[in-house]
Design a protein around this ligand. Structure first.
Ligand code: 6GU
Length: 232
């Protein structure tokens, strides 16, 4: 899997991809993330990437030329499965979408900034628009890092324990049950007896009940319909 991220603040994306599992995924040759500075593609003499909006109004708009040139260059080099625009007015991101995207080979993530991109970019190049929630970030970079992380960790071989992504919260449409580690008792607080019993059937039942209870209490919306469980 290859992910190309287009941004006007590449520094913001350095941290997330030089650490932990994403770094390991890269070293194992399972996933590579390439960050492109949109400014490098500007043909403007001042290397501008934004401009005033037609019709007036506060806030700058990301101009079409540098973004179009960058996307066209990448698309000449390989076929992309999706060209995704990270924007607060996109489709709200969920696990089902992460699962689907993790099956692809090449993705472009375009990070929005300022008032957003010239609408013609969306019309010509964008195949999917993603928001990571109902709040506004200063730019799409942190959202792109969230999306890239959620996808890359699903690629087989990226996580040490390959089954662990399958038992994540949301993968079966439920939140995860509580977990414990040693000691069995800490200042009077005990680990539930059943987890120490060695009876795997009972442990499995207990975990399922706790997952249901937690989901009912915290995310009753997950029970409404099964659309969260299927790949859209
Ligand atoms: Cl993708 N971008 C921005 N700027 N804000 C957001 C977002 C994206 N998703 C939620 N808020």
């Amino acid at each position: 899997m290859r992910i190309d991220i287009l941004t006007v603040v590449p520094d913001l994306l350095e941290g997330p991809f030089s650490h932990s599992i994403l770094q390991r995924a890269h070293e194992k040759g399972l996933a590579e993330v390439h960050v492109h500075n949109i400014r490098d593609y500007s043909t403007d003499k001042h290397k501008n990437v934004d401009d005033y909006q037609y019709g007036g109004g506060a806030g700058m708009v990301m101009a079409i030329q540098p973004i179009a040139d960058c996307i066209e260059k990448l698309q000449k080099e390989r076929d992309y499965d999706e060209v995704i625009y990270m924007t607060p007015d996109g489709e709200v991101y969920e696990q089902s979408r992460a699962n689907q995207l993790s099956l692809h080979k090449n993705l472009i993530l375009l990070c929005g900034h300022y008032k957003g991109v010239d609408e013609r970019i969306r019309e010509r190049f964008i195949t999917m628009e993603i928001s990571i929630g109902s709040y506004v970030l200063s730019g799409g970079e942190l959202a792109a890092a969230v999306v890239a992380d959620s996808i890359i960790r699903l690629i087989p071989g990226v996580l040490n324990n390959e089954t662990s992504a399958l038992t994540d919260s949301f993968q079966d449409g439920l939140l995860s049950p509580p977990v414990y580690t040693r000691p069995a008792e800490y200042k009077g607080m005990k680990v539930p007896e059943v987890l120490l019993s060695g009876n795997f059937k009972k442990i499995e039942d207990y975990r399922e009940q706790e997952a249901l209870k937690r989901t009912r209490q915290r995310r009753p919306d997950l029970f409404k319909g099964t659309e969260n469980q299927t790949t859209k």
